[in-house]
Design a protein around this ligand. Structure first.
Ligand code: BDR
Ligand code: CA
Length: 310
C-alpha cells in the first residue's frame, strides 16, 4: 500500500475524505494532522479524533498543527460547516489523544521512518505543509507527491478569484507550489463535478452501516449551504474526497500538467491559483491539474468503499 499522510481541517468533506481513505487497502495512512481552516484549530483537531474514533482507527497517529496562517489572521468557514465544523451527525467523543507533537514534527517523523516515499494529502489550508517543507529540506526526497484539494483554474468560491483553502493561506500555498515536489491539484473545476445528488445520499444511507449513516448525515448538512441557487449546483461538491479518489482511481480524472503560480499580493485576486493552461509563461509545469471527472465513477467508488464498514 501507498503510505499517505492526510493534513486536513474537518470539515464535512475532509471527514468523508478520511472515511474513504481508511476504507481503502491501497493506502496506508501513517498519520492525520490538522490545519486551521474550516474551523478553529482546536475544533478541527477534535473533529479528526472524533472521525477516527467512529472508524475504530485510534491506531492512527494524530497531531494538531499551526493555529493560524503563516502571515495572516485565520478565516473560518463556519457558514459552510457550522459551529463545530462538523455539524449534523451525532459523533462519538474522541477515544484517544493526539500525539504530544506538532503536525510538522509528526509528519517529519513519519516521513523519516517510512521505507517508501510518502504521499502528502492536504485538504485544508497549506500552512502545516509549508512549514514542513521549509523546515525539513532534507525530507523532500522522501515525499513522493502532494495531492491537494485547493485552487481553481477559473473561478473562486471564496472570492471571485480564490478558492477557500488557498485564500486562507496564500503564502503557504506559494511555498508548496514552489517546492519542486510533484503536485496533483484537485481544484474547483474537478471538485464541482464531484457533486453528490440527493439520490446518491439515498444510496449511501441504504448501505445501512454506522459509517455510511454518518456520511449521509454529513452530506445532508453539507447540502444546505450548496442549495443556494447562485451556485447552479444540483448536489453538493465533494471537494476533499477527490484527492483520495485520484489516488485510488486516477483513470476517473482528466488532468493537464501546468505551471501554477499563487497570487499573494493582488488587489482583487489574493489567493488565486494562476493556472497557465495555454503555456503562456513558458515556465515549466509544477502541477498536474485535474480538470475533468467521471462523476458516476466517483460516486460508485465512494459507495463501494463505504460497504467496507459493515
Ligand atoms: C475547500 O474548503 C473547505 O470548506 C472544504 O473542506 C474544502 O477543502 C473547498 O473550497
Ligand atoms: Ca477541507
Amino acid at each position: 500500500p501507498r503510505p499517505i499522510i492526510v493534513d486536513c481541517d474537518p470539515g464535512h468533506d475532509d471527514a468523508i475524505a478520511l472515511i474513504l481513505a481508511m476504507a481503502s487497502p491501497e493506502l496506508k495512512p501513517l498519520a492525520v494532522t490538522t490545519s486551521a481552516g474550516n474551523q478553529t484549530p482546536d475544533k478541527t483537531l477534535n473533529n479528526a479524533l472524533r472521525i477516527l474514533t467512529l472508524l475504530g482507527r485510534s491506531d492512527v497517529a494524530v497531531a494538531g498543527g499551526a493555529i493560524k496562517p503563516l502571515a495572516r489572521e485565520l478565516i473560518i468557514a463556519d457558514n459552510v460547516h457550522g459551529e463545530t465544523g462538523l455539524d449534523g451527525p451525532a459523533l462519538p467523543q474522541p477515544s484517544f489523544a493526539p500525539q504530544p507533537l506538532t503536525a510538522v514534527e509528526l509528519m517529519a517523523a513519519k516521513i523519516r521512518q517510512s521505507a517508501q516515499p510518502v504521499t502528502l494529502v492536504p485538504t485544508g489550508p497549506l500552512t502545516n505543509i509549508a512549514l514542513l517543507l521549509a523546515s525539513h529540506p532534507e525530507l523532500h526526497q522522501n515525499i513522493e507527491r502532494i495531492v491537494l484539494m485547493g485552487g481553481a483554474a477559473t473561478l473562486g468560491n471564496w472570492t471571485p478569484a480564490a478558492e477557500f483553502n488557498i485564500y486562507v493561506d496564500p503564502e503557504a500555498a506559494e511555498v508548496v507550489f514552489k517546492a519542486g515536489i510533484p503536485i496533483t491539484m484537485c481544484g474547483l473545476e474537478v471538485t464541482h463535478q464531484a457533486q453528490i445528488m440527493d439520490e446518491d445520499i439515498d444510496r449511501i444511507r441504504a448501505i445501512n452501516n454506522p459509517v455510511a449513516q454518518v456520511t449521509a448525515e454529513l452530506l445532508d448538512f453539507f447540502m444546505i449551504y450548496h442549495r443556494d441557487p447562485k451556485w447552479g449546483f444540483t448536489g453538493a461538491p465533494l471537494h476533499d474526497p477527490c484527492t483520495i479518489a485520484w489516488l485510488l482511481a486516477p483513470e476517473l480524472f482528466e488532468t493537464v500538467d501546468c505551471w501554477v503560480g499563487i497570487e499573494t499580493k493582488g488587489e482583487h485576486t489574493q489567493g488565486m491559483t494562476v493556472v497557465d493552461r495555454y503555456q503562456l509563461t513558458g515556465k515549466p509545469a509544477n502541477a498536474t491539474v485535474a480538470l475533468g471527472l467521471d462523476r458516476q465513477g466517483f460516486v460508485d467508488l465512494l459507495v463501494e468503499r463505504l460497504r467496507f464498514y459493515g
